[in-house]
Design a protein around this ligand. Structure first.
Ligand SMILES: NC(=O)c1ccc[n+]([C@@H]2O[C@H](COP(=O)([O-])OP(=O)(O)OC[C@H]3O[C@@H](n4cnc5c(N)ncnc54)[C@H](O)[C@@H]3O)[C@@H](O)[C@H]2O)c1
Ligand SMILES: N[C@H](CO)Cc1c[nH]c[nH+]1
Ligand SMILES: [Zn+2]
Length: 437
C-alpha cells in the first residue's frame, strides 16, 4: 500500500507511477491471451476443451460444453426461496433502471423537404461473460442479461467458468430468471475466443459483454473489431473520498470490498485528514485479520492499495478525476457538492449510507463498469450496448434540386467523378423533364 501526501515534493512522480501501475500489470497477459485466442480460432472445440481442462481443471467434450435444461432446473431447485427472492429484488430494480435507458428513434422532415432519421435496432446475438474463477457472480448474470433482454436481443449466449466442474447454483438460477437458455461451462480468454470466432458447438455472436479478470479483459480487447465489445471491465477498482465524519471501519470495509475480488484489484482512499487516513489504514489491517478472503484482499491492498492525503476536498476530487475510477464513493455530508466536479468515474455512490456494494447487487444501475482508468472515455454497460443505430435519408426531386448541386461541387473537389455523376445525372434528368413539360 502506498501512502502519499500531495504536500510532499515527490508526490507527482509517485502519483504518476500509481496511475501507470495497473496498465503495466495488464500488459503481462497480452501474449498468453493472443496464444489462447489463436488456438481457439484454429482448432475450435478441440482447443476449447483442452484449455478448459488446463485452466479450469475440468474435462469436457463438445457434447458437455453446454448446461442442459435439466441441469439448470436442478440447480434452481437447490436455491433457497430467500435467495430467489433476493435475486428477484435485484432483477426488478435492474430492469426498471435499464428500461429508462431505451432510446427513442429520430424522424423529422427538414427545410429542403428531406425526411431524416435514426432507428435503434437490437443486436441479433450477444455473448455474456460471467466471471467465475475466484468467486461466483450471479449478480453479473443479471447485470449482463437484463439490459440485453430490454434491448430486444434475440440470442444470448452465456459463458461461465466452472473450476473443477463446480458451479454455484445461484448462477444458473439467475440465468434462468433472466431467460438465458444457452449457457456454456467455459471461461477466460478461451470463452471470449469461442464467442468471437465461433467453434463447432458455440456459434459466434455480434458483441461480447461482461466483466472478468485480466485475461478476459485482454481477450475482449484483442477480439474487438472482429466482434463488438462493451468496455474493458477488468479487475475492479474503487476510489473512496471520505472525511472523519465516517466510521473508519466502514471505509476500510469499502476498500476491502473491491480488494477481495482479485489480487489485481485496486482500492484507494483520498482524504484531507491525515489522522483519519491512518485510522483507516489500521482498520484495514485489522479487518484483514478476520476476512474470509483475506489472502486475495491482502495481496491487492499490498500491491495496489493507496491512501492519498490532500490539502482539501477539491484537490481530492481532482485526484479522483485523474484516477478515473470504476467506482467513486463520496462519503461526506454534502456529496452532491463534490459530485458537481466529478468528470471521470464509471459509477458514483453519493452519501455515507450508499456503499458501492449496494450498487453491486440491488441498486439498479449496471455494475459492469470500465476499469483501469478507462472511465475517461468509456461508460458502464447499458441497453445501448445491445443496440446499434441505422440512420436514414429519404428525399424526392425537390430536395435533390436544392442540395444536389452542393454534393456535386464537393464530389468534384474530392476528385470522385462517379460520386459527382451519381448526383448530376439525376439532376440532368430532372432538368430535362422540366424542359419537356
Ligand atoms: N469491472 C467490472 O464491472 C467487474 C464486475 C465483476 C467482477 N469484476 C472482476 O472480474 C474478475 C473475476 O475474476 P475471476 O478470476 O474470479 O474470474 P474470471 O471468470 O474472470 O476468470 C477465470 C478464468 O481466467 C482464466 N485464467 C486464470 N488464470 C489464467 C492463466 N494463468 N492463464 C490463462 N488463463 C487464466 C481461466 O480460464 C479461468 O477460467 C475480478 O477481477 C473482478 O474484479 C469486474
Ligand atoms: N464490484 C464488482 C464490479 O466491479 C461487481 C460485483 C459483483 N458482485 C460483487 N461485486
Ligand atoms: Zn464488488
Amino acid at each position: 500500500m502506498k501512502r502519499l501526501d500531495t504536500r510532499d515534493a515527490d508526490f507527482e512522480t509517485a502519483f504518476t507511477a500509481l496511475l501507470d501501475s495497473r496498465e503495466e500489470q495488464g500488459q503481462e497477459v497480452n501474449k498468453p491471451v493472443a496464444d489462447i485466442l489463436s488456438a481457439v480460432r484454429r482448432e475450435g472445440d478441440a482447443a476449447l476443451c483442452a484449455l478448459t481442462e488446463r485452466f479450469d481443471n475440468l474435462a469436457v467434450t463438445p457434447q458437455t460444453l453446454a448446461f442442459t435444461p435439466d441441469e439448470v432446473a436442478q440447480a434452481r431447485a437447490q436455491v433457497s426461496q430467500d435467495l430467489l427472492d433476493a435475486l428477484d429484488v435485484a432483477a426488478r430494480r435492474i430492469e426498471d433502471f435499464h428500461r429508462k435507458q431505451l432510446p427513442a428513434d429520430i424522424r423529422y422532415t427538414d427545410d429542403v423537404g428531406m425526411t431524416l432519421g435514426m432507428r435503434w435496432i437490437p443486436l441479433d446475438a450477444a455473448g455474456l461473460y460471467v466471471p467465475g474463477g475466484k468467486a461466483a457472480y450471479p449478480s453479473s448474470v443479471l447485470m449482463n442479461a437484463i439490459p440485453a433482454k430490454v434491448a430486444g436481443v434475440q440470442r444470448l449466449a452465456m459463458c461461465v467458468p466452472t473450476p473443477s466442474g463446480v458451479i454455484n447454483p445461484l448462477v444458473l438460477a439467475a440465468a434462468d430468471r433472466a431467460g438465458i437458455t444457452e449457457i456454456y461451462r467455459v471461461g477466460g480468454a478461451q470463452a471470449v475466443g469461442a464467442m468471437a470466432y465461433g467453434t463447432q458447438t458455440i456459434r459466434p455472436v455480434d458483441r461480447i459483454v461482461g466483466p472478468g479478470n485480466a485475461y478476459v479483459a485482454e481477450a475482449k480487447r484483442q477480439v474487438f473489431g472482429h466482434v463488438g465489445i462493451d468496455s474493458i471491465a477488468g479487475p475492479s477498482d474503487v476510489v473512496v473520498i471520505a472525511d472523519s465524519g465516517s466510521d473508519p471501519r466502514v471505509i476500510a470495509l469499502d476498500l476491502l470490498a473491491q480488494a477481495e475480488h482479485d489480487e489485481l484489484a485496486q482500492s484507494t482512499l483520498i482524504t484531507p485528514d491525515a489522522a483519519f487516513a491512518d485510522t483507516v489504514i489500521e482498520a484495514v489491517e485489522k479487518e484483514l485479520g478476520v476476512l474470509s478472503r483475506a489472502a486475495i484482499a491482502g495481496a491487492s491492498w499490498a500491491r495496489n492499495g493507496a491512501v492519498l492525503i490532500t490539502r482539501d476536498m477539491r484537490e481530492a476530487v481532482e485526484l479522483a478525476n485523474r484516477l478515473a475510477p470504476e467506482h467513486l464513493e463520496l462519503m461526506v455530508d454534502d456529496p452532491e457538492a463534490l459530485f458537481a466536479h466529478v468528470r471521470h468515474a464509471g459509477a458514483a455512490f453519493l452519501g455515507r449510507f450508499c456503499p458501492e456494494a449496494v450498487g453491486d447487487y440491488v441498486g439498479g444501475p449496471n455494475h459492469v463498469l470500465p476499469t483501469s482508468r478507462t472511465a475517461r472515455f468509456a461508460s458502464g454497460l447499458s441497453v445501448h450496448d445491445f443496440m446499434k443505430r441505422t440512420t436514414f435519408l429519404s428525399g424526392g426531386p425537390d430536395a435533390l434540386r436544392r442540395i444536389g448541386p452542393s454534393a456535386v461541387a464537393l464530389a468534384h473537389a474530392e476528385g470522385l467523378e462517379a460520386h459527382a455523376l451519381s448526383v448530376s445525372a439525376r439532376l440532368d434528368a430532372l432538368a430535362a423533364k422540366t424542359a419537356n413539360a
